[in-house]
Design a protein around this ligand. Sequence first.
Ligand SMILES: Cc1ncc(COP(=O)(O)O)c(C=O)c1O
Length: 456
Amino acid sequence: MTHDPSVLAPTFTRTAVRGVAPRNTMPDGEMDPSSAYQIVHDETMLDGNARLNLATFVATWMGDEADRLYAESFDKNMVDKDEYPRTAAIEENCWRILASLWNVPDVTDSIGTSTIGSSEACMLGGLAFKRRWQIARRAAGKSTEKPNLVMSSAVQVCWEKFCNYFEVEMRLVPITEEHPTLDGAQIEQYVDENTIGVVAIMGVTYTGMYEPVKEIAEALDALQEKTGLDVPIHVDGASGAMIAPFLQPAIEWDFRLERVHSISTSGHKYGLVYPGVGWVVWRTLDALPEELIFRVSYLGGDMPTLALNFSRPGAQVLLQYYQFLRLGHEGYTAIQQECQDVAKYLAKGISDIGAFELWNDGSDIPVFAWRLKAGYTDKWNLYHLSDRLRMKGWLVPAYPMPDNLNDLTVQRIVVRNGLSRDLGDELLEDIRVETAWLDALTSPMPVEGQKPGFHH
Ligand SMILES: Cc1ncc(COP(=O)(O)O)c(C=O)c1O
């Protein structure tokens, strides 16, 4: 790109800014920083507005002090434990706080780590299962050829990735209208001696519903009694592990259940931190095979680490600790409760419109989905409503449910910290207005080219 000697020139008359920025190859020359800034800044104006993105589970608001802390610490690499010993210590504080929140029997006998998100955390949980199973099978002189992992057909794509990347057969238990989540029914048809574990989800991505981890554990207890197979559970609590301890403390889904070996969550979802942080904790040191742990030098000593990535941001870990200090149990409860109140308010408002039937109402995590009432209209569908809302700036995805319900299209709202009742009310009004607009059509909307909105 041309070197522009005059940065005094009005921004949009500068040579650099007047060109089309290169898409495929690096420019030969330099550009003044304010022009480069303007170009990148302007291109991102075409992105949706993060606060109006009701498809994402990921935090989009933290507040001024957190933003300042972020700006002060974005240069820290989490892996440099020797160079940033306080950041390393804070990481450890965080997973121990989470282990306690999830009722670990003895926090000094547990182990955990931060990750880049739930996906990495889930993969580490899956890897621990696989290795543990391999060790036991080898010791018994049995084959380790065909590991499988049992889970609902409504798992998040990270589990598909895990099974694909780490060569584990994915055994999906289909959800149905009668069993809208994995609930332990018929689990014995899926589990065998090659099953490395079962995944239970606290806050299913498609709908926000909790899987009844206790019932799944009881089904596995019964199976063990019958067959001797001792199958551990990993709880994918990407969202729910940061909701249930505050809003539904009586639900037993965590380390209170002995069969739960590990739990993961996204710090960047209801942990209330900007994207890229996740967490995984194992109930005991034994649950994580030693061979998966690498030792790094730390303050002249040695520090166990386990992760798929090497370098990653340390700032998010500091932000997580900031939120723990800033909010405490009380603050987290207040925020999650407000999100749930707004979710229920929106769910009721949407159900009152008359065109829709709720799949759930946000009383597990503050997420709910709805479908168009059967036979309501032949003129439009939820994809059209999603498009209409997008024109107003709202991102509210429509998508098909997974097997065996993939004929069913739903639309979903994720209520996050920052979707106030006032803003929510604007959304509700827009849904009413757009539904009325669609209802007033005298001929059907075209359906060519419709595709599911991104909803993971
Ligand atoms: C249940 C569940 N598991 C895992 C993930 C992946 O989380 P992350 O985006 O933090 O990798 C998600 C994301 O929405 C999820 O909902």
